[in-house]
Design a binder for this molecule. Structure first.
Ligand SMILES: *[C@@H]1O[C@H](CO)[C@@H](O)[C@H](O)[C@H]1NC(C)=O
Ligand SMILES: *[C@@H]1O[C@H](CO)[C@@H](O)[C@H](O)[C@H]1NC(C)=O
Length: 350
């Protein structure tokens, strides 16, 4: 028979290591909070961007009136060197009037500025960190800067340093601006829609919803309107403006997480906001292929040089629907050479 005091102290003793095991999961580790000056800075930028775009409907509405032709804004979100800059350089070659590039690079990382089409394309950036709302802010800064910079920017493609193109620029441009977009089949859908994954049926949704605490998302975001999707998207100008103008949802999504294992704010903010504001204006799928088979710690499969082959490129393009993927991630930096070797013959042949 144990005496109760013994049992209690034994239990206490036992619980100490358990405490150390679980505390890091419960308490948010030190991370980047969005400071008030940063927040005000962003607000001023977003306000300027929203104002400059007043009156101008963007180039898409003028499509068909020939010049000037609408452009795609490529938004590179990175915290390392742009490993695949030489591949993108080939992608952009000979399409000068049809794109703009913007780079948001974490200022605390040591980045060698790439030359060529990337030189001088860095925007005013702030620190970013995984599992925080700083990734949302960075994407919004890119969108705002691109909206203001050129009224012809009509689609906004967010990519990372681990992304590669799967098609030629011309193919991508045609898909976005010329081909009627197939999808849910009704002619009442607008021709130009945003390509963003919007899912409501994922098993992890409840944990993700409660990552900041129970009920904190209410009343702005009831659970049945909370969505999940991929971090990388291609938005129309109209939707870029929806994102830049939003204050309501941002107030909730910027809150820090308590449950770090379900904290991916950038995978929720954009799909939730756009599915609330304009669900029919979105395809609900992304153009960025990612391989979640065998993912580790929330990171998808990272392709290594030995895996790179023409067949892989063909395989990665194919979706379960009628569309073709335009980008893929993630690729390790040393995939550059094998990718360059088959760029003209495989990747840009379509
Ligand atoms: C996805 O990644 C797994 C390894 O985690 C690999 O075996 C598989 O071939 C990959 N699929 C594609 C389509 O590349
Ligand atoms: C296609 O659907 C199958 C079965 O649902 C799934 O396993 C696979 O990952 C999907 N492929 C793509 C590219 O989404």
């Amino acid at each position: 028979m144990f005496h109760t005091p013994f049992v209690v102290s034994f239990a206490l003793l036992l619980s100490f290591p358990l405490l150390f095991l679980f505390v890091p999961r419960i308490l948010p580790p030190k991370h980047v909070e969005i400071s008030l000056p940063d927040e005000l800075d962003d607000l001023a930028l977003f306000r300027r961007a929203a104002l400059t775009s007043l009156g101008g409907g963007g180039a898409v509405s003028r499509l068909g009136v020939t010049n000037p032709r609408p452009k795609i804004a490529f938004l590179f979100l990175t915290n390392t060197n742009l490993h695949f800059a030489p591949l993108w350089e080939l992608f952009f070659k000979n399409n000068e009037a049809l794109y703009n590039i913007y780079i948001h690079a974490d200022p605390s990382s040591k980045i060698t500025p790439p030359g060529g089409v990337f030189s001088g394309r860095f925007i005013a950036a702030k620190k970013t960190e995984r599992a925080t709302a700083t990734l949302i802010s960075a994407a919004r800064r890119l969108l705002a800067t691109a909206v203001m910079d050129d009224p012809l920017n009509s689609y906004f493609a967010l990519v990372s340093q681990h992304c590669i193109p799967l098609h030629s620029f011309k193919y991508m441009y045609k898909t976005l601006f010329v081909k009627p977009i197939s999808g849910r089949g009704s002619s009442s859908f607008p021709i130009h829609r945003s390509f963003i994954e919007i899912l409501s049926d994922e098993p992890q949704l409840w944990d993700r919803y409660n990552a900041r605490g129970k009920n904190v998302m209410l009343p702005e975001v009831p659970f049945d309107r909370f969505r999940i999707g991929s971090q990388f998207f291609v938005l129309t100008r109209q939707h870029a403006l929806v994102v830049i103008r939003d204050r309501r949802l941002w107030r909730k999504f910027k809150l820090p997480c308590f449950n770090m294992y379900s904290c991916y704010p950038e995978e929720h903010y954009f799909p939730t906001l756009l599915s609330m504001e304009d669900p029919d204006g979105c395809t609900h799928y992304t153009l960025t292929r990612v391989n979640w088979t065998g993912s580790v710690d929330g990171h998808p499969h990272t392709y290594q040089p030995a895996e790179i082959s023409p067949r892989l490129i063909q395989e990665l393009r194919v979706s379960n629907s009628s569309y073709s993927f335009m980008f893929a991630r993630k690729f390790s930096p040393d995939c550059l050479q094998p990718l360059l070797t088959m760029a003209e013959k495989v990747i840009f042949r379509d």
